[in-house]
Design a protein around this ligand. Sequence first.
Ligand SMILES: O=C[C@H](O)[C@H](O)COP(=O)(O)O
Ligand SMILES: C=C(OP(=O)(O)O)C(=O)O
Length: 450
Amino acid sequence: MTVNAETSSHTGNTWRDLPAAQQPEYPDPEALRAVIADLESYPPLVFAGECDQLRARMAAVAKGEAFLLQGGDCAEAFDAVSADQIRNKLKTLLQMGAVLTYAASVPVVKVGRIAGQYSKPRSKPTETRDGVTLPVYRGDSVNGFDFTEASRIPDPERLKRMYHASASTLNLVRAFTTGGYADLRQVHAWNQDFVRSSPSGQRYEQLAREIDNALNFMHACGADPEEFKTVEFYSSHEALLLDYESALTRVDSRTGRLYDVSAHMVWIGERTRQMDHAHIEFASRIRNPIGIKLGPTTTPEEALQYIERLDPEREPGRLTFVVRMGADKIRDRLPDLVEKVTASGAAVAWVTDPMHGNTFEAASGHKTRRFDDVLDEVKGFFEVHKALGTHPGGIHVELTGDDVTECVGGGDEIFVDDLHQRYETACDPRLNRSQSLDLAFLVAEMYRDQ
Ligand SMILES: O=C[C@H](O)[C@H](O)COP(=O)(O)O
Ligand SMILES: C=C(OP(=O)(O)O)C(=O)O
């Protein structure tokens, strides 16, 4: 569909002349225009300088000097903006970060799929249950999850709720990460609930003791670095709803350049990465670090075109390729992409998303993923990079801090028959906390072996 609104003339709006996939069809364009005008007047959620700092961190990833840990919900929900849920997610990422930093001895750049991940691209526009067909749920920023006609109508007021939910989440994340909770002396405190008794929780406890010893040793030597007391943490989400993203795109007073101040990093998804369409045009205008999801049909020529469009200055840290091929395809499809991109001289960061190519429907009707497939795709990703002498730059995963039963397998094994017990995702299945920790330990081993 071509979006055609005359709401604003700033140059972040050049996408409006192009076809944009996966945009909601709002019944009342006037209401949308009013919402966009309000959003344009709201304060930024992040600062341009912070986006630049993340770009510098991602440059280290692209150069093989750091590892990206990007994770969080498939779809955040407005009613999940609670201190407990946000803390649990953050705790999971902090624990994974500690495992990767300590066990793989690599600086870890931590980026949440958080504080803005409210919109979902979908495979089909409608959903049918018991003979009733309604528009599909597209995330809380668009319509309601309830299966009723009224709830599924796209409502632009939800864009404002998305902004406020993102602001509250980010506020708490900033408090947690800088206000003492993320202090490395808290490594044990992050492990103090249901996860502690799981195999990965116990393994983590041992690692936390080693970190403690190292900290005590440093303290005894007189070193107490400030870096250990806070954590640098960044926000990210899929830049799907262009009305929202461009309403939050602002000119940076320092440089005159455009930044999407809805998050530090945004990515373009597999379903909206058409080269001449609106999403790529939008991404080409902003200065944030950008991710592009690359599915199994991506050709090396396309990858090179993305570089040309989005990173013409070949700036390390600007562009991240998030590959999501599926465990059965990664070893076959990725080498050609990495080889040709490397040969072009571009310094992109390569990251694996081992979730989106490995989804299947269980007999019970639950969408799920096997932990072993997730792990196998990560292994394939590492194997390809090892063979080519390139850097496996990071992982991008859908996870939650809660004890859900959405993906099967893992050390504290979840079986297909368990899926119904705590299946809480609004869209795709997420790793629970102990599966996430399992993955972090296994990735740290792969990284060390590299
Ligand atoms: O998270 C990714 C996509 O939004 C999701 O996989 C699409 O799911 P669907 O195939 O059920 O629409
Ligand atoms: C939709 C997503 O992934 P992809 O675009 O890779 O399917 C996602 O990460 O939420």
